[in-house]
Design a protein around this ligand. Structure first.
Ligand SMILES: Cc1ncc(COP(=O)(O)O)c(C=O)c1O
Length: 339
């Protein structure tokens, strides 16, 4: 296929069979490898969905519009790429926890990055402070458009196609779908497709321990960005999920390393979380089931955290020795087995 420009390569990501991860499980496990999108994540789909209609209708145009969004990660990168493609200015409001790498990518696409330096007085969280700043900018800047991923139905709409791709690849037999959640766009879009097409898929929402999305205990801090949220998103319909699994930071990190050792997949944190959730439910999965984990992004955005020995040591102490066994070159090359 010859793509008509880079944005034409969003979607149609591979569905990859994971044959080694759960040898004891009499079921097929697949990963929907969303880092194959050109901006590196599942959020390219949402970004395109929220912008394209307005671009095509002429409502957004380079000479009179500015896109403004609060996102510190994948959505921001997706929007930055689309805005560059269509020559739209983009103001991205981030906070000091945004990784240097993400800020560098945003600046490489010539997004204007504005860093909110103080958290919200009342909650101590950065998100409300970022949203306040977005509203200020939008209020003062003629032609400003705020996609607002947390409440925009077009975010969820994008993922009806994600589920269509999964269902088509498996001839409609998707028994379990494990979906990490933040804005809940992926979850809601996939569920909408499942319902509209009468699929008998059990939908498992995967949330971070410490997140406020599904009645979790939101008092503890979370280390892994991408999934989980400090407020419940407007897109969430509580009946969307047949089950919810809350995954701890350590479980998530261990699962990412298992994916790397066993499948040679360098996955992002929330991908590992879906694997940890599947593991937790494995004794309930019937023989022959098709289980799909949506893998939202790749591990290259987590080299300083999940895949860094010093970060693992700082946050999880002894787990470092299990996840980073001694160098295989010490004493000659040995056959490595996964932790
Ligand atoms: C890495 C990662 N995982 C999971 C999600 C959750 O996706 P959604 O916002 O559709 O719930 C996101 C969203 O930004 C993400 O970046």
């Amino acid at each position: 296929m010859i793509a008509r420009g880079i944005l034409d390569t969003i979607g149609d990501t591979p569905l990859v069979r994971l044959e080694r991860l759960f040898p004891e499980l009499d079921a097929q496990v697949f990963a929907k490898a969303e880092w194959f999108n050109p901006g590196g994540s599942v959020k390219d789909r949402a970004a395109l969905s929220m912008l394209l209609g307005k671009i095509e209708s002429g409502e957004l145009a380079p000479d009179r519009s500015v896109v403004v969004e609060s996102s510190s990660g994948n959505l921001a990168i997706g929007i930055a790429q689309i805005c560059r493609y269509y020559r739209l200015p983009f103001v991205c409001v981030v906070d000091p926890r945004t990784t240097e790498q993400n800020v560098a990518i945003l600046r490489a696409f010539r997004a204007h990055v504005e860093i909110v330096t103080e958290p919200d007085d009342r909650t101590g969280e950065y998100l409300p402070a970022r949203i306040r700043r977005v509203k200020e900018i939008v209020g003062n800047l003629p032609g400003a458009y705020w996609p607002n991923q947390y409440a925009n139905p077009l975010n969820a709409k994008a993922h009806e196609r994600t589920m269509h791709e999964i269902a088509t690849a498996l001839d409609g037999r998707v028994d379990y779908l494990f979906c990490a959640t933040s804005s809940c766009g992926t979850l809601h879009g996939c569920v909408t497709y499942v319902r509209e097409h009468g699929l008998s898929t059990t939908i498992v929402a995967v949330d971070a321990m410490g997140s406020a999305i599904f009645d979790g205990d939101s008092s503890s801090s979370r280390l892994i960005p991408g999934y989980g949220a400090s407020v419940r998103p407007a897109l969430l319909e509580p009946e969307d999920a047949d089950g919810v699994v809350h995954v701890s930071d350590l479980e998530c990190v261990v699962a990412c390393h298992r994916l790397m050792w066993q499948e040679a997949i360098l996955a992002g944190g929330s991908s590992g979380a879906t694997v940890a959730a599947l593991q937790r439910m494995s004794d309930r999965i019937p023989a022959g089931a098709n289980c799909v984990c949506v893998f939202p992004d790749g591990g290259d955005r987590y080299l300083d955290t999940i895949y860094s020995a010093s970060w693992v040591r700082r946050n999880f102490g002894d787990a470092e020795h299990e996840l980073f066994p001694p160098d295989e070159l010490e004493g000659g090359v040995r056959d490595h087995h996964s932790p």
